[in-house]
Each structure stands twice: as structure tokens, then as C-alpha cells.
Design a protein around this ligand. Structure first.
Ligand SMILES: Nc1ncnc2c1ncn2[C@@H]1O[C@H](COP(=O)(O)OP(=O)(O)O[C@H]2O[C@H](CO)[C@@H](O)[C@H](O)[C@H]2O)[C@@H](O)[C@H]1O
Length: 482
């Protein structure tokens, strides 16, 4: 019989997405189905989610969930088996999942995500009309408290997995909320929710989980050091026997250049010429000159994590080498301004679109020659995987999942036909300049460049292997409690 898994996440593609977490939460259920794991995903009822539900069934009711009325709705959307926490006081708001339209975090986020987590734990304990999860798998700080509510409640025997997508976001709040969380007194303390005198949601999840996973083997190693551990390295080292690095995959149906309705012309590794139409469309969209110079692309949150300040400083160097750059992103306002300023200075060579545009990101991968990812840390990274699949050569910093997924074009790898991109270290201006220079030079050697594109397109980026690893982990945890 299929294993039943409850997944809890604050975002899920295609209903609500601010970053890579949504892609993973949206793609993993389909991949796990092939491993005989049946997934239901609990998500908050944001307006964009409620609007997509169609026919939904009420499967659980709360008169007062953290003081507000709530229901859990079951519905199937785009092949996803969803459980939606409909609590309008918490989620029916204009703005993003975590903040208002001006970008300020909601002051009651602690309550909004404790509520989500409490409901996850309730479902684990009581089930839903004949469906009870064998294992619970929760993502990032917004859902991590599920593991704490389970551990200190009736569902303590159900195996729980917490996945870290980004250790930089930890859900830290003041100690004063403890009484309102509804946890027993024993949950306070270093082995519970207490974190540096306050409360840490991710921390609480990590101490409560039966297994901790993160999204690449290299990041799993990196977070054991103070540099990348962000205050949690001690805890993580203490639980290293429970830590697993499992690489993300991508949804190869949604990201398939041979069958992508969002690009100008479809193509495959055998018909790379088809990329030309996408290149022209990309140049037009970004006001770039139509010429043969290499086009670098950026599709990213514009933040320090992503090394975007390094890129701003590298723009004049890039233009000086004759290359062009198309930027799609949003984030820190000074970085947005700096990119826009560069586009003004270098008309025809730099094009910038501030904002979030999923369809445009497909066209960029299909028309760009190389994607720049100079991250300071990167738990896995998905855009380099999309790029590999689309023949857009990744130029990446050697950190986290970037190091695990891109094969540098060194002499040996080029000779073996194994190179898929350019990998540089450290994440600093000098190394980034060098990497851009190498990319421009290699782009000038057509057969070499095309061999890299084809090797990238042959890379295994699907979920198959990683879904099997998650399934094996769930089964191992179940065997422990049997
Ligand atoms: N302006 C824009 N317009 C359209 N699309 C845009 C966009 N900006 C970003 N995107 C898209 O958002 C996603 C970003 O995913 P990433 O994995 O690169 O980083 P993120 O830091 O969000 O995720 C965190 O979680 C994921 C999932 O585990 C890890 O891979 C990652 O390392 C970790 O930091 C990609 O699908 C990308 O195409």
C-alpha cells in the first residue's frame, strides 16, 4: 500500500511562489508518486490559493485557532492534492505571503505560521476522514513548528522530517509569545523552542525532527561551519547523524525546451539552432543590440546572498569584453537602482526588468548564452538546473548546490566532453571577473561552447533520483518506529 505523507509548506508552485521553495513543494509530490508515496500538502489559504480551489470540501473546522475561526479545505489543483488552511483573519490579505505590499513583514507572522504548524500536527494526530499520514515532511521555518507541536503532543510517534531550504531565514521571535503558542512548559529550553533568549521556529523544528534534510550534499557540509551555520551550526553538528543532503531536481515537464509554450521557438540538444529565435526575442524584450555578442542573463532575487552587489560592480568589465546582459529580478532597492543605472549607462548592452515574471524567465533561459550566479551561499539553486536543461551555460560560484551540479570547464573536463559550465571561487570581484572573461572566450570557440551546452542538456536534473532518496528516508524512519 502506498505510504501516506503530509507535506507542510508556506508556498507551492503554481499557486503561490516567492522563490525556490515553491518549486520544490510543487514538484516533489509528483515525483514521490512514482515512489509509491501519496502526498497531501497543507498550505495557507492566501487569496491566490483560495481563488484557484474550485470545488473544495471542508475536512476540519476550528472555532478558535489562535483566536480566529478556520477551516481546512481539501481540493485538487493542477494534480496537487491540497489541504488549504482557510483562516481569513490570517491569510486573506493584500500583499505577499510574508508581508504587506510595501514589503514590511506582517507583525503577526509568528501567529500565522504557528497556526499552520498546529494544524499540521493536528492532522498528524487525528487524521482526516479516513486518511492519516504515516510520515510528516515540513519545509523551512514557516512550517518547522509542526515538528515541535508533534513532538510535544499526541502525534509524537509519527516520524517527522524538516527540510532546510535556506538557513538565513529562521523565524525568530521574542520569548513573550511562548505562552500563546500553546506548548507545554517543558517545550521551553535549549532542547525546545528557546533560541538565544527568544524563540526560534526553525531551531525548534531542527531539535524536534527525526531527520533533517537540506537541499544539496555540499550545503549539508557547509552548514556545519560557523560561516554558513548562521548560529545553528552547533545544533546541526550535534544532530549530524540525522542530517541528509538531498539535491533538488526540477519539474522536467514544466522546464522542457522541446515543449515549452512560454518560449518563441522550441528546440533540443540536436537542434540548438532553434535557440536563435529565442535570442532575438530576448534582445527585443530587453532593448539589447542584435549582434553575435554573448548574452549573460540574471534571474534572481536581488540580494546579498545571491552576490548581486558583486555583479553590479562587474558590469563595466562585462560590457568592456563586448558582452551583453539581461537582468530579471527584484529585491533590495539599492541593488535595483544600481542595475537600472547600469542599463542607462550602457544602452543596448544592458537591459533590466525589475519585478517577478515567470514566463519571461523561461524565454531568458532559452535565449541567453550564459546565466550568472555568483551566490555567497546557495543551498541548492534551481536556476542553474533550468539553465543546464535549456543550453544556457551556468557561470556559478563554487558553493552549496551550485558546486554539486555544474562541472567546471577545466582542461580535463573539456577534453573529456564533461564540462557543463564555469565554476569560480571565492565569491569575490576578482574571481567573478575571471569567470566572465573565461565565459566570453569559450563562447568564441563555437564547437567547444556547443559541446558544453549539449553536455549540460544531457545532465540529470530530474527529481527521479532525489525522490527515491526521500522515499528511502521516509521508509527508514517508519522502520525505526515500527
Ligand atoms: N524575478 C523573477 N522572475 C521570475 N522568476 C524568478 C525571479 N526571481 C527568481 N525567480 C525564480 O525563483 C526561483 C528561485 O529559486 P532558487 O533555488 O534559485 O533560490 P531561492 O533562494 O528562492 O530558494 C531557496 O530554496 C531553494 C529550494 O530548495 C534552493 O534551491 C535555494 O538554494 C534556496 O536559496 C527559480 O525558480 C527562479 O527562476
Amino acid at each position: 500500500m502506498a505510504m501516506k505523507l503530509l507535506s507542510v509548506a508556506s508556498e507551492i508552485y503554481p499557486l503561490v511562489k516567492t522563490g525556490g521553495l515553491a518549486d520544490v513543494a510543487g514538484a516533489l509530490p509528483g515525483a514521490l508518486a512514482a515512489q509509491d508515496v501519496q502526498v497531501r500538502t497543507l498550505v495557507p489559504g492566501y487569496p491566490g490559493v483560495i481563488a484557484r480551489l474550485g470545488k473544495a470540501k471542508v475536512v476540519r473546522r476550528y472555532e478558535a485557532l489562535f483566536g480566529v475561526p478556520a477551516t481546512v479545505l481539501a481540493a485538487s489543483v493542477d494534480g496537487l492534492d491540497l489541504l488549504v488552511l482557510d483562516a481569513p483573519d490570517f491569510y486573506a490579505r493584500e500583499g505577499g505571503p510574508y508581508g504587506d505590499p510595501a514589503g514590511n513583514e506582517w507583525p503577526d507572522n509568528w501567529r500565522r505560521f504557528a497556526a499552520l504548524s498546529q494544524v499540521g500536527a493536528d492532522i498528524a494526530a487525528e487524521g482526516l476522514k479516513g486518511w492519516r499520514p504515516d510520515v510528516v515532511h515540513v519545509h523551512d521555518w514557516q512550517a518547522a513548528m509542526t515538528a515541535a507541536y508533534m513532538r510535544f503532543g499526541p502525534a509524537h510517534g509519527v516520524p517527522k522530517v524538516v527540510t532546510i531550504h535556506n538557513l538565513a531565514f529562521q523565524g525568530r521571535f521574542g520569548a513573550d509569545i511562548f505562552a500563546a503558542l500553546g506548548l507545554p512548559q517543558e517545550a521551553w529550553g535549549v532542547d525546545g523552542v528557546e533560541y538565544y533568549g527568544g524563540i526560534g521556529y526553525l531551531k525548534a523544528g531542527l531539535v524536534s525532527a527525526d531527520a533533517i534534510t537540506t537541499v544539496s550534499p555540499t550545503y549539508a557540509e557547509e552548514i556545519r561551519s560557523p560561516v554558513h551555520g548562521m548560529g545553528l551550526d552547533g545544533l546541526i553538528n550535534g544532530r549530524v547523524d540525522r542530517l541528509h543532503g538531498i539535491l533538488n531536481g526540477v519539474d522536467t515537464d514544466i522546464w522542457n525546451p522541446a515543449n515549452d509554450a512560454l518560449i518563441s521557438k522550441t528546440y533540443s540538444a540536436r537542434s540548438l539552432g532553434g535557440r536563435m529565435a529565442n535570442r532575438r526575442a530576448l534582445e527585443s524584450r530587453f532593448g539589447l543590440d542584435h549582434d553575435g555578442a554573448p548574452i549573460f542573463i540574471i534571474v534572481s532575487r536581488l540580494t546579498w546572498q545571491k552576490g548581486m552587489d558583486l555583479l553590479v560592480d562587474a558590469i563595466d568589465h562585462l560590457v568592456g569584453l563586448g558582452a551583453k546582459l539581461a537582468v530579471l529580478g527584484s529585491g533590495d532597492h539599492p541593488l535595483e537602482g544600481a542595475f537600472l543605472g547600469a542599463a542607462d549607462r550602457h544602452r543596448g548592452r544592458i537591459g533590466v526588468q525589475i519585478g517577478y515574471d515567470e514566463p519571461l524567465s523561461h524565454l531568458m533561459q532559452a535565449g541567453g548564452d550564459a546565466i550568472l550566479i555568483p551566490s555567497r551561499f546557495e543551498p541548492c539553486g534551481l536556476t542553474q538546473l533550468y539553465a543546464l536543461r535549456y543550453g544556457c551555460v551556468p557561470v556559478v560560484a563554487r558553493v552549496g548546490g551550485l558546486a554539486d551540479t555544474v562541472i567546471d570547464a577545466n582542461e580535463a573536463a573539456l577534453a573529456a566532453g564533461a564540462a557543463t559550465g564555469i565554476v569560480f571561487a571565492p565569491s569575490d570581484p576578482l574571481a567573478l571577473h575571471g569567470a566572465i572573461g573565461r565565459a566570453v572566450r569559450l563562447h568564441g570557440q563555437r564547437p567547444v561552447w556547443q559541446a558544453m551546452q549539449r553536455a549540460g542538456m544531457r545532465s540529470e536534473v530530474s527529481w527521479d533520483h532525489s525522490a527515491a532518496r526521500y522515499a528511502a528516508l521516509y521508509r527508514a524512519l517508519l522502520a525505526e518506529v515500527a
